[in-house]
Structure formats: structure tokens, C-alpha cells
Design a binder for this molecule. Structure first.
Ligand code: DGL
Length: 269
């Protein structure tokens, strides 16, 4: 049993989709969350930069004494997971891609899966590889969505926002044309604009939330190491962002449904 916090990071608000799932499934777990808003979006950056930023985030969270790391960012998972695993052999380090790929493969009935993700995640081919390993018969159609994360970080999450609605339609179109019955929200920011994406894909497509899917794998890994929290009272919650604290708190609190203001600090990375 281990009451130390779990370290969670993303480029910004996206990893809060994992936080929401974690606080629902295991409210007694403590966590430290880092949103690297000073460098968001990550999705248009080259792999070398993504590796450096991922290392920086891990260093920051490790300095806070975490018992495990959840990389709640598909772009970092796709481009830097090998470095983070190699450099932190003493901690469980989990990403979001394997759990989301597993959920998609078990959900699809037609064997046609769509992927909405950042340009850097799509370019990495990480989802295609993970899905091929699980079921080589499943066909993946991917759409890179560079306009979505900047809109979310700017707090533009309303499905009636015309720019957001148009972008969601544009990115969903090739997936629908390919006959996808299941669409992976392969960027943890996208469940925050789930309503806009739902409108764009229609009512019948199954949406897979990569942040939420990762929480089951995280809790299983902690259980296997007998490292779940021992308490039965709510764990501690701390949030850090590296820029724009006010917007981070405003959009994040609206998504989580509770006030993050007293729990959030701006950090120098
Ligand atoms: N939320 C992240 C992801 O899952 C990063 C998005 C970005 O910063 O471009 O990929």
C-alpha cells in the first residue's frame, strides 16, 4: 500500500480527462497534475522536442515524490514513451495509446476504426501499430486535427462555436467516408469537446476516450505492485500549469465540475 501521489501530465488541459476518470474510479488516490501550457500545443512539434518536453515534465513530477507516472498525452506517449520507460525503471510509467487501442478493438463491429489525433501522433503511426498487434484485421483511418487543441486551450468548447463545429466536421469526414463505427479520441483534449465531435460523427459511432481508458490500466498496474492508496478518505489533489493559470483554472473547473482555483499553481519548469 502506497499513499504517495500519482504524477499525471499533458501539454495542458487534456489530461484532466484522465483526472476525471481517476477521481471517479479511485477518489482516495492522491495526484499531482502538470499541464505544460507554456509549450502547448505539443501536436505540431517534432519528435526531438517532444522527447525533451516529456523528460522535463517527468523530472518535475518526480521531484514531487510520485509513485507512478501517467502520461495523459497521446502525443508524448507516441513520441517519447521509450525514453520515459528507459529512464524511469523504478516507477510504473503508463501511456494512453495501448488502453485506447484495446478499447477500440473490442468496440468495433465492422473492423473499421477511425482515429482523431494530433499531427505528431498520426505521423508516429503508434495507434496503427498498437491495433495491428491486437487484431491485424482491423483497418484504421486517421485524421490529423491541428485546429482542435488551440480552440480547447482558448476555452472554446461550446458545440455551437462555428469554428469548432466546422473543424470537427472537416476532421470527421474522412473517417465517416471510410465507414468507421468506432472513433478513438486519440488526443486527451478531445473529450472536452465531445459534444462538438458527437454532432460531427452522428449518434451511432462509438467514441473512445483515451484518457479515461488509461485509468483502468493505471489502477491495475498499481494493484499488481500492491501500491494502491491505503486510505478510504479523498486523496490530495494538486495542479500545476506552466503558463496562463487563469484560463487553465476556468476551463478545467468547468470540465471537472469542481473548482480547481485553490488547488492550482503556476510553475516554472
Ligand atoms: N492532449 C495531448 C494529446 O493527447 C496533446 C495535444 C497537444 O498539445 O497538441 O495528444
Amino acid at each position: 500500500m502506497d499513499d504517495r501521489p500519482i504524477g499525471i501530465f499533458d501539454s495542458g488541459l487534456g489530461g484532466l480527462t484522465a483526472v476525471r476518470a481517476l477521481t471517479a474510479a479511485a477518489p482516495w488516490e492522491s495526484f499531482v497534475y502538470l499541464g505544460d501550457t507554456a509549450h502547448a500545443p505539443y501536436g505540431d512539434r517534432p519528435a526531438e522536442q517532444l522527447r525533451a518536453l516529456s523528460r522535463q515534465n517527468v523530472r518535475f513530477l518526480r521531484s514531487r515524490g510520485v509513485k507512478a507516472l501517467l502520461v495523459a498525452c497521446n502525443t508524448s506517449t507516441a513520441n517519447a514513451m521509450d525514453v520515459m520507460l528507459a529512464e524511469n525503471p523504478d516507477l510504473p510509467v503508463l501511456g494512453v495509446i495501448e488502453p485506447a487501442a484495446e478499447a477500440a478493438v473490442s468496440a468495433t463491429e465492422t473492423g473499421r476504426v477511425g482515429l482523431l489525433a494530433t499531427a505528431a501522433t498520426v505521423a508516429s503511426g503508434a495507434y496503427e501499430r498498437a491495433i495491428r498487434r491486437l487484431d491485424p484485421g482491423v483497418q484504421v483511418t486517421a485524421s490529423a486535427c491541428p485546429k482542435l487543441v488551440p480552440l480547447v486551450e482558448a476555452g472554446r468548447t461550446d458545440p455551437d462555436d462555428t469554428e469548432l463545429a466546422a473543424a470537427a466536421e472537416e476532421y470527421a469526414a474522412p473517417l465517416l467516408a471510410a465507414g468507421a463505427d468506432t472513433v478513438i479520441l486519440g488526443c486527451t483534449h478531445y473529450p472536452i469537446i465531445r459534444a462538438a465531435i458527437r454532432r460531427a460523427v452522428g449518434p451511432d459511432v462509438t467514441l473512445i476516450d483515451s484518457g479515461a481508458a488509461s485509468v483502468g490500466a493505471l489502477l491495475k498496474a498499481l494493484e499488481a505492485r500492491q501500491a494502491l492508496a491505503d486510505r478510504k478518505t479523498p486523496g490530495s489533489r494538486r495542479f500545476f500549469c506552466s503558463a496562463g493559470r487563469e484560463m487553465f483554472v476556468k476551463t478545467g473547473s468547468a470540465f471537472l465540475g469542481w473548482d480547481m482555483a485553490g488547488l492550482t499553481e503556476q510553475a516554472q519548469l
